[in-house]
Ligand binder design. Structure first.
Ligand SMILES: *Cc1c(COP(=O)(O)O)cnc(C)c1O
Length: 350
């Protein structure tokens, strides 16, 4: 048993692999009468349970072996799987740095796992002093690190991520949902160096395929084999796999979209800086900005009434709205509306 397998729940370690009809057959054949499928149609066959064609493409793109790749129904599936693989309900704990992506806590609650919340410091970076003592907790199984972080938008310092990877023996999940918008190097390169590392990426943000629901996890082959064992057999549908394969053929479009979003982000930030009702614009390495308003709830309400929905994160970060970068037209509508609100501010208390 490898060092990291000691962190796997005993019932998961003991699982006998379920073998689907398509699993057992390895060669090439012309007639399939093994899976009770309908013989007619386009999507009449079950999809490849291990998404081999897609993994091959991702393998080339990310320069990582296919045995180090898990593909899920969104990266949210991978988050759910790490809970189910590593955390004993009612006993184990995970650690998150707040404010962060809400799904970690939602999944923890569903799986009856306690969440230790360590606040990020004023610059939204990890406070090592506050973190260290928790890393020694025997029941702590997973540390979630979101970088660039949602909703703050900033990358977390590499030194701090390395510190956690070295000083915590359990699983460290580095969620890189927004990495393609940043200049940072992915932690995928470190999955062999750190046997406890799981890196998450997704097709939902930079690739523009949120509706398709395809995400990725990268880790050593031992951890990936447990992902494969615990996941639903046909977790990514055939049309969804095809949609991603089609997008991967057009990587020029992907790069252009990212460049456009980053250019628009710059313009939006410039416009926001001039506004009375804006207090602070936090540095962003993602496709959104966290903006501190003089009165976020009021601005949120006013925007909503005018048909513009942003994310109100005031409860997590005082007076803050998280604004996703849209098209030029959408951003301009937002800017114009905010300007109007600024002008009307006599009638509204900011
Ligand atoms: C959007 C997002 C994801 C992506 O989830 P999918 O299930 O792949 O759509 C993952 N992590 C964070 C922090 C996100 O903001």
């Amino acid at each position: 048993m490898t060092e990291i397998e000691k962190y796997i729940r005993p019932n998961i370690l003991a699982l006998q692999p379920y073998s689907s009809a398509r699993d057992e057959f390895k060669g090439t054949a012309e007639i399939f009468l093994d899976a009770n499928e309908n013989p007619w149609g386009t999507y009449n066959r079950y999809p490849d349970p291990y998404q081999q064609k897609l993994k091959q493409k991702i393998s080339t793109l990310k320069k990582v072996d296919h045995i180090n790749i898990f593909i899920g129904n969104g990266s949210d599936e991978a988050i759910d799987l790490v809970f189910r693989i590593f955390c004993e309900p009612g006993r184990d704990k995970v650690l998150v740095f707040t404010p962060t992506y809400g799904v970690y806590e939602v999944m923890a609650n569903i799986n009856q796992v306690e969440v230790i919340k360590v606040p990020l410091n004023k610059k939204f970076q990890v406070d090592r002093g506050k973190t260290s003592r928790f890393l020694k907790d025997k029941n702590l199984k997973i540390v979630f690190i979101c970088s660039p972080n949602n909703p703050t938008g900033n990358l977390l310092r590499k030194n701090d991520i390395d510190f956690i990877l070295k000083n915590f023996k359990g699983i460290v999940v580095v969620d890189e949902a927004y990495i393609d918008f940043s200049a940072a190097t992915s932690y995928i390169n470190a999955i062999e160096k750190y046997q406890n590392l799981v890196v998450l990426q997704t097709f939902s943000k930079a690739w523009g395929l949120a509706g398709v629901r395809v995400g990725m996890a990268f880790s050593n082959s031992t951890i990936i084999s447990y992902f494969n064992q615990v996941k639903l057999p046909y977790n990514v549908s055939m049309p969804n796999q095809e949609m991603v394969l089609n997008s991967l053929k057009q990587s020029g479009v992907y790069r252009k979209k990212i460049a456009q979003i980053l250019a628009e982000k710059k313009l939006l930030i410039t416009a926001l800086k001039k506004m009375q009702l804006v207090e602070t614009i936090f540095p962003s390495d993602a496709n959104f900005v966290l903006v501190k308003m003089k009165n976020a709830n009021e601005v949120y309400q006013q925007l909503t009434q005018r048909g513009i929905i942003v994310r109100n994160r005031s409860r997590e970060v005082s007076n803050c709205l998280r604004i996703t970068i849209g098209t030029k037209k959408e951003n301009q509508r937002l800017i114009n509306t905010l300007k109007k609100l600024s002008d009307e501010k006599k009638s509204i208390v900011y």
